[in-house]
Ligand binder design. Structure first.
Ligand code: MSP
Length: 522
Protein backbone atom coordinates (compact mmCIF):
# COMPACT_ATOMS: atom_id res chain seq x y z
CA UNK A 1 0.00 0.00 0.00
CA UNK A 2 1.35 3.43 -0.85
CA UNK A 3 1.36 6.47 1.36
CA UNK A 4 -1.84 8.47 1.52
CA UNK A 5 -1.82 12.21 0.97
CA UNK A 6 -2.01 13.47 4.55
CA UNK A 7 -3.33 16.99 5.17
CA UNK A 8 -4.27 18.79 8.37
CA UNK A 9 -5.85 21.96 9.67
CA UNK A 10 -4.39 23.47 12.80
CA UNK A 11 -6.22 22.31 15.91
CA UNK A 12 -8.64 24.88 17.24
CA UNK A 13 -8.77 26.15 20.80
CA UNK A 14 -11.75 24.29 22.20
CA UNK A 15 -12.88 27.34 24.19
CA UNK A 16 -12.86 29.65 21.17
CA UNK A 17 -16.05 30.48 19.32
CA UNK A 18 -15.99 28.85 15.85
CA UNK A 19 -15.86 31.73 13.36
CA UNK A 20 -15.19 32.64 9.75
CA UNK A 21 -11.40 32.25 10.05
CA UNK A 22 -11.69 28.73 11.43
CA UNK A 23 -14.29 27.80 8.82
CA UNK A 24 -12.03 29.14 6.07
CA UNK A 25 -9.13 26.96 7.17
CA UNK A 26 -11.38 23.90 7.43
CA UNK A 27 -12.87 24.49 3.98
CA UNK A 28 -9.44 24.98 2.36
CA UNK A 29 -8.31 21.62 3.71
CA UNK A 30 -11.56 19.91 2.81
CA UNK A 31 -11.34 21.09 -0.79
CA UNK A 32 -7.69 20.07 -1.15
CA UNK A 33 -8.44 16.64 0.34
CA UNK A 34 -11.47 16.12 -1.92
CA UNK A 35 -9.50 17.31 -4.96
CA UNK A 36 -6.79 14.73 -4.26
CA UNK A 37 -9.35 11.98 -3.87
CA UNK A 38 -11.03 13.08 -7.09
CA UNK A 39 -7.64 12.97 -8.81
CA UNK A 40 -7.26 9.36 -7.71
CA UNK A 41 -5.05 9.68 -4.66
CA UNK A 42 -5.96 8.34 -1.22
CA UNK A 43 -6.18 11.36 1.08
CA UNK A 44 -6.39 11.52 4.86
CA UNK A 45 -7.77 14.76 6.30
CA UNK A 46 -7.26 15.49 9.99
CA UNK A 47 -8.77 18.29 12.01
CA UNK A 48 -9.48 18.64 15.70
CA UNK A 49 -9.15 20.51 18.96
CA UNK A 50 -6.51 21.91 21.26
CA UNK A 51 -7.95 21.33 24.72
CA UNK A 52 -5.26 21.86 27.35
CA UNK A 53 -4.02 25.01 29.02
CA UNK A 54 -4.63 27.73 31.49
CA UNK A 55 -7.64 29.33 29.89
CA UNK A 56 -9.57 26.09 29.59
CA UNK A 57 -8.82 25.28 33.22
CA UNK A 58 -9.92 28.74 34.35
CA UNK A 59 -13.07 28.77 32.25
CA UNK A 60 -14.11 25.31 33.46
CA UNK A 61 -13.56 26.37 37.05
CA UNK A 62 -15.64 29.50 36.53
CA UNK A 63 -18.50 27.34 35.26
CA UNK A 64 -18.12 24.85 38.11
CA UNK A 65 -17.24 22.02 35.74
CA UNK A 66 -14.29 19.69 35.47
CA UNK A 67 -12.04 20.71 32.59
CA UNK A 68 -12.83 17.43 30.84
CA UNK A 69 -16.60 17.88 31.11
CA UNK A 70 -16.20 21.46 29.90
CA UNK A 71 -14.11 20.30 26.90
CA UNK A 72 -16.55 17.51 26.07
CA UNK A 73 -19.42 19.98 25.79
CA UNK A 74 -17.50 22.39 23.60
CA UNK A 75 -16.06 19.60 21.47
CA UNK A 76 -19.60 18.57 20.54
CA UNK A 77 -20.22 22.12 19.25
CA UNK A 78 -17.03 22.06 17.19
CA UNK A 79 -17.88 18.69 15.72
CA UNK A 80 -21.32 20.01 14.76
CA UNK A 81 -19.59 23.02 13.17
CA UNK A 82 -17.33 20.72 11.12
CA UNK A 83 -20.42 18.77 9.98
CA UNK A 84 -22.21 21.97 9.06
CA UNK A 85 -19.28 22.83 6.76
CA UNK A 86 -19.60 19.45 5.03
CA UNK A 87 -16.09 18.41 5.99
CA UNK A 88 -14.85 15.05 4.76
CA UNK A 89 -12.31 14.65 7.55
CA UNK A 90 -11.10 11.13 8.25
CA UNK A 91 -10.42 11.67 11.92
CA UNK A 92 -11.00 14.28 14.62
CA UNK A 93 -8.25 14.62 17.17
CA UNK A 94 -8.79 15.98 20.67
CA UNK A 95 -5.63 16.53 22.68
CA UNK A 96 -7.33 15.10 25.75
CA UNK A 97 -7.71 11.70 24.07
CA UNK A 98 -5.61 8.90 25.59
CA UNK A 99 -4.08 8.09 22.18
CA UNK A 100 -2.67 11.60 21.95
CA UNK A 101 -1.50 11.73 25.55
CA UNK A 102 0.37 8.44 25.02
CA UNK A 103 2.20 9.76 21.97
CA UNK A 104 3.13 13.06 23.63
CA UNK A 105 4.46 11.03 26.57
CA UNK A 106 6.47 8.83 24.19
CA UNK A 107 7.97 11.83 22.36
CA UNK A 108 8.93 13.44 25.66
CA UNK A 109 10.42 10.21 27.05
CA UNK A 110 12.51 9.73 23.95
CA UNK A 111 13.85 13.29 24.08
CA UNK A 112 14.53 12.89 27.80
CA UNK A 113 16.38 9.58 27.30
CA UNK A 114 18.47 11.16 24.54
CA UNK A 115 19.52 14.00 26.82
CA UNK A 116 17.63 16.61 24.80
CA UNK A 117 15.76 17.95 27.83
CA UNK A 118 17.15 19.71 30.90
CA UNK A 119 15.87 21.67 33.86
CA UNK A 120 16.62 25.32 34.52
CA UNK A 121 15.21 28.38 36.16
CA UNK A 122 13.26 30.63 33.91
CA UNK A 123 12.47 34.25 34.49
CA UNK A 124 10.49 35.76 31.74
CA UNK A 125 7.62 37.75 30.34
CA UNK A 126 4.56 35.60 30.07
CA UNK A 127 1.49 36.19 27.95
CA UNK A 128 -1.55 34.63 29.56
CA UNK A 129 -3.57 34.95 26.41
CA UNK A 130 -1.04 33.23 24.13
CA UNK A 131 0.21 30.91 26.88
CA UNK A 132 3.77 31.63 25.87
CA UNK A 133 6.81 33.34 27.27
CA UNK A 134 7.81 36.42 25.27
CA UNK A 135 11.22 37.92 24.64
CA UNK A 136 12.20 41.53 24.18
CA UNK A 137 12.15 40.90 20.45
CA UNK A 138 8.41 40.48 20.69
CA UNK A 139 8.04 44.06 21.92
CA UNK A 140 6.68 46.80 19.69
CA UNK A 141 9.04 49.64 18.69
CA UNK A 142 7.81 51.75 21.62
CA UNK A 143 8.59 48.93 24.08
CA UNK A 144 4.99 47.92 24.73
CA UNK A 145 3.53 44.48 24.04
CA UNK A 146 1.22 44.02 21.13
CA UNK A 147 -2.37 43.81 22.41
CA UNK A 148 -2.61 40.32 20.83
CA UNK A 149 -0.61 39.11 23.86
CA UNK A 150 -3.19 40.34 26.36
CA UNK A 151 -1.88 40.71 29.91
CA UNK A 152 1.93 40.22 30.09
CA UNK A 153 3.53 39.53 33.50
CA UNK A 154 7.01 38.56 34.74
CA UNK A 155 7.19 34.97 35.99
CA UNK A 156 10.03 33.04 37.65
CA UNK A 157 9.82 29.26 37.41
CA UNK A 158 11.92 26.14 37.46
CA UNK A 159 11.05 24.39 34.20
CA UNK A 160 12.01 21.77 31.67
CA UNK A 161 13.69 22.86 28.45
CA UNK A 162 14.13 21.30 25.04
CA UNK A 163 17.53 21.90 23.42
CA UNK A 164 16.26 23.70 20.37
CA UNK A 165 19.05 26.21 19.85
CA UNK A 166 21.40 23.58 18.39
CA UNK A 167 19.04 23.00 15.46
CA UNK A 168 19.25 26.38 13.76
CA UNK A 169 21.82 25.64 11.04
CA UNK A 170 20.22 22.58 9.49
CA UNK A 171 16.77 24.16 9.56
CA UNK A 172 18.05 27.15 7.57
CA UNK A 173 19.62 24.74 5.09
CA UNK A 174 16.41 22.76 4.88
CA UNK A 175 14.38 25.88 4.11
CA UNK A 176 16.89 26.99 1.52
CA UNK A 177 17.04 23.61 -0.17
CA UNK A 178 13.24 23.10 -0.09
CA UNK A 179 11.49 26.25 -1.26
CA UNK A 180 8.12 24.52 -1.01
CA UNK A 181 8.53 23.71 2.69
CA UNK A 182 6.85 26.97 3.69
CA UNK A 183 4.44 28.56 1.23
CA UNK A 184 3.63 31.16 -0.04
CA UNK A 185 7.16 32.46 -0.67
CA UNK A 186 6.55 35.59 1.38
CA UNK A 187 6.03 33.42 4.47
CA UNK A 188 9.07 31.31 3.68
CA UNK A 189 11.17 34.47 3.41
CA UNK A 190 9.80 35.63 6.72
CA UNK A 191 10.84 32.38 8.43
CA UNK A 192 14.27 32.43 6.81
CA UNK A 193 14.73 36.08 7.79
CA UNK A 194 13.83 35.21 11.37
CA UNK A 195 16.16 32.20 11.50
CA UNK A 196 19.05 34.15 10.03
CA UNK A 197 18.76 37.14 12.30
CA UNK A 198 17.61 35.74 15.64
CA UNK A 199 19.54 33.20 17.69
CA UNK A 200 17.13 30.40 18.58
CA UNK A 201 16.69 29.83 22.27
CA UNK A 202 15.94 26.54 23.95
CA UNK A 203 12.24 25.94 24.30
CA UNK A 204 10.50 25.81 27.63
CA UNK A 205 8.23 22.75 27.43
CA UNK A 206 6.77 22.48 30.90
CA UNK A 207 4.58 24.24 33.40
CA UNK A 208 4.58 23.45 37.10
CA UNK A 209 1.53 21.38 37.91
CA UNK A 210 0.91 23.67 40.85
CA UNK A 211 0.19 26.56 38.45
CA UNK A 212 -1.35 24.61 35.62
CA UNK A 213 -2.82 21.18 36.21
CA UNK A 214 -4.72 20.85 32.93
CA UNK A 215 -2.08 19.31 30.71
CA UNK A 216 -0.25 16.11 29.90
CA UNK A 217 2.07 15.08 32.77
CA UNK A 218 5.78 14.76 31.96
CA UNK A 219 6.44 11.00 32.15
CA UNK A 220 9.76 11.58 33.97
CA UNK A 221 8.70 14.38 36.35
CA UNK A 222 5.17 14.27 37.75
CA UNK A 223 5.51 17.78 39.20
CA UNK A 224 5.13 19.19 35.69
CA UNK A 225 2.75 19.12 32.77
CA UNK A 226 3.69 19.64 29.15
CA UNK A 227 3.63 23.14 27.71
CA UNK A 228 0.72 23.57 25.33
CA UNK A 229 2.50 24.13 21.99
CA UNK A 230 4.57 20.94 22.28
CA UNK A 231 1.36 19.11 23.15
CA UNK A 232 -0.65 20.75 20.38
CA UNK A 233 1.87 20.29 17.55
CA UNK A 234 2.22 16.62 18.36
CA UNK A 235 -1.43 16.04 17.34
CA UNK A 236 -0.35 15.72 13.70
CA UNK A 237 1.84 12.79 14.69
CA UNK A 238 -0.31 11.12 17.31
CA UNK A 239 -3.04 10.16 14.87
CA UNK A 240 -0.72 8.31 12.45
CA UNK A 241 1.16 6.78 15.40
CA UNK A 242 -2.03 5.56 17.05
CA UNK A 243 -3.36 4.13 13.78
CA UNK A 244 -0.17 2.11 13.41
CA UNK A 245 1.48 4.12 10.61
CA UNK A 246 4.82 2.32 10.19
CA UNK A 247 6.97 5.47 9.91
CA UNK A 248 5.48 7.07 13.02
CA UNK A 249 5.66 3.84 14.98
CA UNK A 250 9.31 3.35 13.99
CA UNK A 251 10.23 6.84 15.21
CA UNK A 252 8.61 6.26 18.59
CA UNK A 253 9.97 2.71 18.86
CA UNK A 254 6.60 1.51 20.13
CA UNK A 255 3.03 1.26 18.97
CA UNK A 256 0.36 3.29 20.80
CA UNK A 257 -2.91 1.85 19.54
CA UNK A 258 -6.08 3.93 19.38
CA UNK A 259 -8.11 1.11 20.89
CA UNK A 260 -8.11 -2.63 20.79
CA UNK A 261 -4.78 -3.32 19.13
CA UNK A 262 -3.24 -2.86 15.69
CA UNK A 263 -5.43 -2.25 12.67
CA UNK A 264 -5.20 -5.03 10.08
CA UNK A 265 -3.98 -2.56 7.46
CA UNK A 266 -2.63 0.56 9.13
CA UNK A 267 -2.66 3.57 6.80
CA UNK A 268 0.67 4.98 5.68
CA UNK A 269 0.43 8.65 6.51
CA UNK A 270 3.65 10.10 7.82
CA UNK A 271 5.21 12.43 6.79
CA UNK A 272 2.33 14.86 6.51
CA UNK A 273 2.00 16.40 3.07
CA UNK A 274 0.51 19.73 4.11
CA UNK A 275 -0.22 21.49 7.38
CA UNK A 276 -2.60 24.35 6.55
CA UNK A 277 -2.36 27.12 9.14
CA UNK A 278 -2.97 30.84 9.60
CA UNK A 279 -0.26 33.47 9.50
CA UNK A 280 -0.11 33.94 13.29
CA UNK A 281 1.24 30.45 14.01
CA UNK A 282 3.96 30.13 11.37
CA UNK A 283 6.90 30.09 13.81
CA UNK A 284 5.46 27.19 15.75
CA UNK A 285 4.92 25.13 12.58
CA UNK A 286 7.95 26.13 10.53
CA UNK A 287 10.52 26.26 13.35
CA UNK A 288 9.48 24.39 16.51
CA UNK A 289 7.66 21.52 14.83
CA UNK A 290 10.39 20.47 12.35
CA UNK A 291 12.95 20.66 15.13
CA UNK A 292 10.82 18.48 17.42
CA UNK A 293 10.43 15.93 14.65
CA UNK A 294 14.08 15.92 13.71
CA UNK A 295 15.03 15.41 17.34
CA UNK A 296 12.82 12.33 17.68
CA UNK A 297 14.07 10.99 14.35
CA UNK A 298 10.90 11.46 12.32
CA UNK A 299 10.72 12.83 8.78
CA UNK A 300 9.60 16.43 8.36
CA UNK A 301 6.25 17.37 6.81
CA UNK A 302 6.47 18.33 3.16
CA UNK A 303 4.78 21.68 3.47
CA UNK A 304 3.40 24.31 5.81
CA UNK A 305 0.82 26.23 3.78
CA UNK A 306 -0.04 29.58 5.32
CA UNK A 307 -3.30 31.41 4.73
CA UNK A 308 -4.10 35.01 5.60
CA UNK A 309 -6.62 36.36 8.02
CA UNK A 310 -10.14 37.53 7.35
CA UNK A 311 -11.43 40.83 8.49
CA UNK A 312 -15.03 41.98 8.35
CA UNK A 313 -15.78 45.40 6.86
CA UNK A 314 -12.10 46.31 7.11
CA UNK A 315 -11.84 45.65 10.86
CA UNK A 316 -10.60 42.77 12.99
CA UNK A 317 -13.08 40.00 13.62
CA UNK A 318 -13.92 40.26 17.28
CA UNK A 319 -16.66 38.81 19.37
CA UNK A 320 -16.39 41.59 21.92
CA UNK A 321 -17.01 44.36 19.38
CA UNK A 322 -19.64 42.26 17.61
CA UNK A 323 -17.71 42.46 14.34
CA UNK A 324 -18.25 38.85 13.34
CA UNK A 325 -19.41 36.70 10.47
CA UNK A 326 -21.36 33.72 11.70
CA UNK A 327 -20.74 30.97 9.13
CA UNK A 328 -23.70 28.97 10.44
CA UNK A 329 -26.09 31.89 9.89
CA UNK A 330 -24.69 32.47 6.40
CA UNK A 331 -25.07 28.77 5.56
CA UNK A 332 -28.62 28.69 6.91
CA UNK A 333 -29.59 31.66 4.77
CA UNK A 334 -27.61 31.04 1.57
CA UNK A 335 -26.64 27.38 1.59
CA UNK A 336 -23.42 25.59 2.43
CA UNK A 337 -21.98 25.62 -1.06
CA UNK A 338 -22.47 29.37 -1.43
CA UNK A 339 -20.37 29.85 1.71
CA UNK A 340 -17.67 27.41 0.57
CA UNK A 341 -17.57 29.03 -2.85
CA UNK A 342 -17.35 32.58 -1.58
CA UNK A 343 -14.47 32.13 0.87
CA UNK A 344 -12.29 30.33 -1.67
CA UNK A 345 -13.22 32.46 -4.68
CA UNK A 346 -12.78 35.73 -2.81
CA UNK A 347 -9.48 35.02 -1.06
CA UNK A 348 -6.41 33.29 -2.44
CA UNK A 349 -4.37 31.24 0.06
CA UNK A 350 -1.86 33.77 1.39
CA UNK A 351 -3.07 37.36 1.57
CA UNK A 352 -5.54 38.77 4.07
CA UNK A 353 -9.16 39.08 3.08
CA UNK A 354 -12.12 41.25 3.87
CA UNK A 355 -15.67 39.93 4.21
CA UNK A 356 -18.45 42.29 3.31
CA UNK A 357 -22.06 41.17 3.13
CA UNK A 358 -22.45 43.19 -0.08
CA UNK A 359 -19.47 41.39 -1.64
CA UNK A 360 -20.91 38.03 -0.65
CA UNK A 361 -24.31 38.83 -2.15
CA UNK A 362 -22.74 40.20 -5.34
CA UNK A 363 -20.78 37.00 -5.97
CA UNK A 364 -23.80 34.87 -5.08
CA UNK A 365 -25.96 36.73 -7.55
CA UNK A 366 -23.46 37.07 -10.40
CA UNK A 367 -21.45 33.87 -10.23
CA UNK A 368 -23.75 31.33 -8.59
CA UNK A 369 -27.32 32.39 -9.43
CA UNK A 370 -26.82 34.08 -12.82
CA UNK A 371 -23.63 32.21 -13.77
CA UNK A 372 -23.56 28.56 -12.83
CA UNK A 373 -27.16 28.17 -11.62
CA UNK A 374 -28.71 29.80 -14.67
CA UNK A 375 -26.55 27.79 -17.07
CA UNK A 376 -27.53 24.47 -15.54
CA UNK A 377 -31.16 25.38 -15.17
CA UNK A 378 -31.73 26.72 -18.66
CA UNK A 379 -29.67 23.99 -20.32
CA UNK A 380 -31.56 21.17 -18.64
CA UNK A 381 -34.95 22.90 -18.87
CA UNK A 382 -34.55 23.30 -22.64
CA UNK A 383 -33.48 19.67 -23.01
CA UNK A 384 -36.56 18.69 -21.05
CA UNK A 385 -38.90 20.94 -22.99
CA UNK A 386 -37.58 20.44 -26.53
CA UNK A 387 -36.42 16.80 -26.38
CA UNK A 388 -38.47 15.38 -23.54
CA UNK A 389 -35.30 15.12 -21.47
CA UNK A 390 -33.63 12.62 -23.80
CA UNK A 391 -29.94 13.31 -24.49
CA UNK A 392 -29.35 13.76 -28.27
CA UNK A 393 -26.43 12.39 -30.30
CA UNK A 394 -22.97 13.35 -29.15
CA UNK A 395 -21.59 16.56 -30.59
CA UNK A 396 -18.23 18.10 -29.80
CA UNK A 397 -18.51 21.81 -30.51
CA UNK A 398 -17.59 22.87 -26.96
CA UNK A 399 -15.14 19.99 -26.43
CA UNK A 400 -11.97 22.02 -27.16
CA UNK A 401 -13.01 24.71 -24.65
CA UNK A 402 -13.98 22.14 -22.04
CA UNK A 403 -10.86 20.03 -22.52
CA UNK A 404 -8.60 23.04 -22.14
CA UNK A 405 -10.31 24.10 -18.95
CA UNK A 406 -10.26 20.56 -17.58
CA UNK A 407 -6.49 20.42 -18.15
CA UNK A 408 -5.95 23.88 -16.62
CA UNK A 409 -8.10 23.03 -13.61
CA UNK A 410 -6.32 19.74 -13.05
CA UNK A 411 -2.96 21.52 -13.00
CA UNK A 412 -4.24 24.21 -10.63
CA UNK A 413 -5.78 21.68 -8.24
CA UNK A 414 -2.54 19.69 -8.21
CA UNK A 415 -0.81 22.91 -7.06
CA UNK A 416 -3.54 23.62 -4.46
CA UNK A 417 -4.40 26.87 -6.26
CA UNK A 418 -8.03 26.82 -5.31
CA UNK A 419 -8.96 30.37 -6.27
CA UNK A 420 -7.21 29.89 -9.61
CA UNK A 421 -9.11 26.65 -10.17
CA UNK A 422 -12.44 28.41 -9.56
CA UNK A 423 -11.46 31.20 -11.97
CA UNK A 424 -10.58 28.60 -14.57
CA UNK A 425 -13.86 26.71 -14.09
CA UNK A 426 -15.86 29.91 -14.40
CA UNK A 427 -14.33 30.49 -17.82
CA UNK A 428 -16.24 27.40 -18.90
CA UNK A 429 -19.41 28.66 -17.20
CA UNK A 430 -19.02 31.93 -19.10
CA UNK A 431 -18.24 30.19 -22.38
CA UNK A 432 -21.32 27.98 -22.10
CA UNK A 433 -23.62 30.88 -21.19
CA UNK A 434 -22.21 32.81 -24.15
CA UNK A 435 -22.88 29.72 -26.33
CA UNK A 436 -26.55 29.81 -25.34
CA UNK A 437 -26.74 33.47 -26.27
CA UNK A 438 -24.98 32.86 -29.59
CA UNK A 439 -26.79 29.70 -30.69
CA UNK A 440 -30.21 30.77 -29.36
CA UNK A 441 -31.72 27.31 -28.83
CA UNK A 442 -35.09 28.92 -28.00
CA UNK A 443 -35.17 30.31 -31.56
CA UNK A 444 -33.90 27.08 -33.10
CA UNK A 445 -36.75 25.27 -31.40
CA UNK A 446 -39.28 27.30 -33.35
CA UNK A 447 -37.92 26.14 -36.69
CA UNK A 448 -38.33 22.41 -37.51
CA UNK A 449 -35.59 22.73 -40.16
CA UNK A 450 -33.15 23.46 -37.33
CA UNK A 451 -33.89 20.27 -35.38
CA UNK A 452 -30.43 18.79 -35.92
CA UNK A 453 -28.72 22.02 -34.91
CA UNK A 454 -30.85 22.15 -31.77
CA UNK A 455 -29.81 18.57 -30.95
CA UNK A 456 -26.16 19.61 -31.26
CA UNK A 457 -26.56 22.64 -29.06
CA UNK A 458 -28.50 20.74 -26.39
CA UNK A 459 -25.89 17.98 -26.25
CA UNK A 460 -23.05 20.48 -25.89
CA UNK A 461 -24.86 22.26 -23.09
CA UNK A 462 -25.85 19.16 -21.13
CA UNK A 463 -22.38 17.70 -21.46
CA UNK A 464 -20.79 20.96 -20.31
CA UNK A 465 -23.06 20.89 -17.25
CA UNK A 466 -21.82 17.39 -16.49
CA UNK A 467 -18.15 18.36 -16.91
CA UNK A 468 -18.70 21.36 -14.64
CA UNK A 469 -20.18 19.13 -11.95
CA UNK A 470 -17.05 16.97 -11.98
CA UNK A 471 -14.68 19.96 -11.89
CA UNK A 472 -16.61 21.62 -9.07
CA UNK A 473 -17.18 18.57 -6.88
CA UNK A 474 -14.35 19.30 -4.39
CA UNK A 475 -15.71 22.83 -3.87
CA UNK A 476 -19.47 22.30 -4.05
CA UNK A 477 -20.12 18.67 -3.14
CA UNK A 478 -23.85 19.14 -2.50
CA UNK A 479 -24.62 21.24 -5.58
CA UNK A 480 -22.64 19.04 -7.95
CA UNK A 481 -24.35 15.93 -6.64
CA UNK A 482 -27.66 17.67 -7.41
CA UNK A 483 -26.44 18.51 -10.91
CA UNK A 484 -25.64 14.85 -11.50
CA UNK A 485 -29.09 13.94 -10.18
CA UNK A 486 -30.75 16.46 -12.51
CA UNK A 487 -28.77 14.96 -15.38
CA UNK A 488 -30.25 11.58 -14.45
CA UNK A 489 -26.86 10.15 -13.46
CA UNK A 490 -26.78 7.80 -10.54
CA UNK A 491 -23.06 7.88 -9.71
CA UNK A 492 -21.27 10.72 -7.94
CA UNK A 493 -19.27 13.43 -9.74
CA UNK A 494 -16.31 12.65 -7.49
CA UNK A 495 -13.79 11.30 -10.01
CA UNK A 496 -11.87 13.89 -11.99
CA UNK A 497 -11.24 11.41 -14.80
CA UNK A 498 -14.97 11.64 -15.59
CA UNK A 499 -14.41 15.22 -16.75
CA UNK A 500 -13.26 13.87 -20.11
CA UNK A 501 -15.63 15.14 -22.81
CA UNK A 502 -18.32 12.80 -24.09
CA UNK A 503 -19.36 11.02 -20.94
CA UNK A 504 -23.06 11.77 -21.34
CA UNK A 505 -24.81 8.92 -23.13
CA UNK A 506 -27.08 9.52 -26.09
CA UNK A 507 -30.62 8.32 -25.41
CA UNK A 508 -30.35 8.70 -21.68
CA UNK A 509 -33.18 10.55 -19.96
CA UNK A 510 -32.32 13.36 -17.58
CA UNK A 511 -34.01 14.03 -14.24
CA UNK A 512 -36.00 17.05 -13.09
CA UNK A 513 -34.31 20.46 -13.49
CA UNK A 514 -34.62 22.66 -10.39
CA UNK A 515 -32.91 25.94 -9.49
CA UNK A 516 -29.64 25.41 -7.60
CA UNK A 517 -29.06 28.94 -6.36
CA UNK A 518 -32.42 30.70 -6.06
CA UNK A 519 -32.14 34.40 -6.83
CA UNK A 520 -32.74 36.52 -3.77
CA UNK A 521 -34.03 40.05 -3.98
CA UNK A 522 -32.30 41.51 -0.97
N1 MSP B 1 -4.66 25.99 18.96
C1 MSP B 1 -3.79 26.81 18.19
C2 MSP B 1 -3.20 26.05 17.02
C3 MSP B 1 -2.45 24.80 17.39
S1 MSP B 1 -1.93 23.93 15.97
C4 MSP B 1 -0.88 22.76 16.54
C5 MSP B 1 -4.58 28.01 17.65
N2 MSP B 1 -5.91 27.90 17.64
S2 MSP B 1 -6.93 29.04 17.13
O1 MSP B 1 -8.23 28.48 17.34
O2 MSP B 1 -6.65 30.28 17.76
O3 MSP B 1 -6.66 29.25 15.62
C6 MSP B 1 -6.85 28.20 14.72
C7 MSP B 1 -6.59 28.65 13.28
O4 MSP B 1 -7.54 29.63 12.91
C8 MSP B 1 -5.20 29.26 13.08
O5 MSP B 1 -4.60 28.74 11.91
C9 MSP B 1 -5.51 30.73 12.91
O6 MSP B 1 -4.59 31.41 12.10
C10 MSP B 1 -6.86 30.66 12.24
N3 MSP B 1 -7.60 31.92 12.39
C11 MSP B 1 -8.00 32.52 13.54
N4 MSP B 1 -8.60 33.71 13.22
C12 MSP B 1 -8.57 33.90 11.87
C13 MSP B 1 -9.07 34.85 10.98
N5 MSP B 1 -9.67 35.96 11.38
N6 MSP B 1 -8.93 34.61 9.66
C14 MSP B 1 -8.36 33.46 9.18
N7 MSP B 1 -7.87 32.54 9.99
C15 MSP B 1 -7.89 32.76 11.33
O7 MSP B 1 -3.95 28.96 17.22
Amino acid sequence: MSKAFYITTSIFYVNGQPHLGHAYEMVIVDVIARARRSLGQAAFFLTGLDEHGQKVQQAALAEGKTPQAYCDELAADWQAFADKLGLSNNDFIRTTQPRHQAVVGAMLSKLHDQGDLYQAEYRGWYSWRQETFLTDKDRQPDGSWDPIYGEVVELVEHNWYFKMSQHQAWLIEHLEANPSFVQPDSRRNEVLGFLKSVKLEDLCISRPKARLGWGIPLPFDPEYVNYVWFDALTNYFSVPASLGDPVAVAALGKYYPTAGGPLPAPPQLWPADIHVIGKDIVKFHAVYWPIMLQAVGAALPHQVLVHGWWQKDGAKISKSTGNIVDPVAVINEWGLDAFRFYVLRELDIGPDGNWTDAGFKARYQAELANGLGNLINRSLSMLKRYRNGVVPARHDELAPDANKIVADTRALLAKNELQGALQSIWQLVARANQYVDQTKPFSLAKDPAQAKRLDEVLYNLAETCRVLAVLLWPFLPGTTTKIYGQLGLSDAPDQFSAAAWGGLNTGQTIGEPAPLFPRKDT
